[in-house]
Design a protein around this ligand. Structure first.
Ligand SMILES: C=C1C[C@]23C[C@@]1(O)CC[C@H]2[C@@]12CC[C@H](O)[C@@](C)(C(=O)O1)[C@H]2[C@@H]3C(=O)O
Ligand SMILES: O=C(O)CCC(=O)C(=O)O
Ligand SMILES: [Fe+2]
Length: 327
């Protein structure tokens, strides 16, 4: 009885979830189904997180980028360091950001401006400089298209118009979007202890789209503060609500706190597209969602938020400074 009453509140839990006893499972959105709009909104309200299937991103693009990423991370450290340090873009190892955060991870952080990619990584991919760049371009374009479809379904589910009110920010030539390849090497000395791969945080942008290989490690925090592990699925994407979307929905959606724990046996490779608006864009609740409500936030631009976010530590509540009254 208890189980049934809880399931009623989580309509996206499919039969598999029930069969596998994943009562506190991850919301699953099938983009090919007509009810996806409403389920996206419900998932963003309840979790700020969901998994997407039937996404339309060609598997070939995904496999090609993963294989190029593995080739890159397999290079000698001295070669990889030619693309570093990450300030914030470039190759980074263990140091995350510039404010003292450390994780069991190495990464490549890139702006989605392709000119920068080719210039900055020429030295690293000496014998075949185009392969990683081409794989990145194909992947990012296809993932951005899918992300825009999701944002349009979300707008329709929220009954806001025009439906491209969110997606146009990612399609803008000036969109300040970022892409990240993360590699978490196995850590055999770990035993049963948890080692932080990527410490708990929320993503500052509008929306993040994560794909990983089949190695576990990602965890999300539920509204009650407990952590759940997200079963890996290399054929699907995982979507995070970012801080900017929390503000644009005046807290109807909340950005999801997440982290990655290192694995003792297997390496994890993840690729994340962080969809951000142009730097000059005002980040404020969408008027059509307000219905006479007061905004919880002071007025600010993405430039102002980003500047402040990049001075913060990973686990800080970055939106705190921008709230009218502390949450
Ligand atoms: C500690 C930090 C790393 C980060 C910038 C920051 O000062 C706080 C936010 C961090 C984060 C989290 C999501 C993305 O991975 C990221 C690229 C972003 O936009 O904000 C990282 C930043 C980073 O690694 O530089
Ligand atoms: O690598 C992952 O799986 C998640 C990393 C992450 O949250 C981030 O880079 O912001
Ligand atoms: Fe993140």
């Amino acid at each position: 009885m208890v189980v049934l009453s809880k399931l009623e509140h989580f309509p996206y839990l499919n039969k598999n979830c029930i069969a596998n006893n994943l009562l506190y499972g991850i919301p699953l959105i099938d983009l090919s189904k007509p009810d996806s709009k409403q389920l996206i909104v419900k998932a963003c309200e309840d979790f700020g997180f969901f998994k997407v299937i039937n996404h339309g991103v060609p598997m070939d693009f995904i496999r090609r980028l993963e294989s190029e990423a593995i080739k890159f991370f397999s290079l000698p450290l001295s070669e990889k360091e030619k693309a570093g340090p990450a300030n914030p873009f470039g190759y980074g190892n263990k140091q995350i950001g510039e404010n003292g955060d450390i994780g069991w991870v190495e990464y490549l952080l890139l702006t989605t401006n392709s000119e920068f990619i080719s210039e900055s990584f020429k030295s690293v991919f000496g014998d075949n400089p185009d392969k990683l760049r081409l794989a990145l371009n194909d992947y990012i374009l296809a993932v951005r298209k899918m992300t825009c479809e999701i944002l349009e379904l979300m707008a329709e589910g929220l009954k806001i118009q025009p439906k491209n009110v969110l997606s146009k920010l990612l399609m803008d030539e000036q969109s300040d979007s970022v892409f990240r390849l993360n590699h978490y090497p196995p850590c055999p000395e770990l035993g049963s202890e948890n080692l932080i791969g990527f410490g708990e945080h929320t993503d500052p942008q509008i929306i993040s789209v994560l794909r990983s290989n089949n190695t576990s490690g990602l965890q999300i925090s539920l509204r009650d503060g407990s952590w759940i592990s997200v079963p890996p699925d290399q054929d699907s994407f995982f979507i995070n609500v970012g801080d900017s979307l929390q503000v644009m929905t005046n807290r109807r959606f909340q950005s999801v706190k997440h982290r990655v724990l290192a694995n003792s046996l297997k390496s994890r490779v993840s690729m994340i597209y962080f969809g951000g608006p142009p730097l000059c864009e005002k980040i404020a609740p969408l008027p059509c969602l307000m219905e006479g409500e007061e905004s919880f936030y002071k007025e600010f631009t993405w430039f102002e938020y980003k500047k402040s976010a990049y001075k913060s530590r990973l686990s800080d509540n970055r939106l705190g400074h921008f709230e009218k009254i502390a949450a």
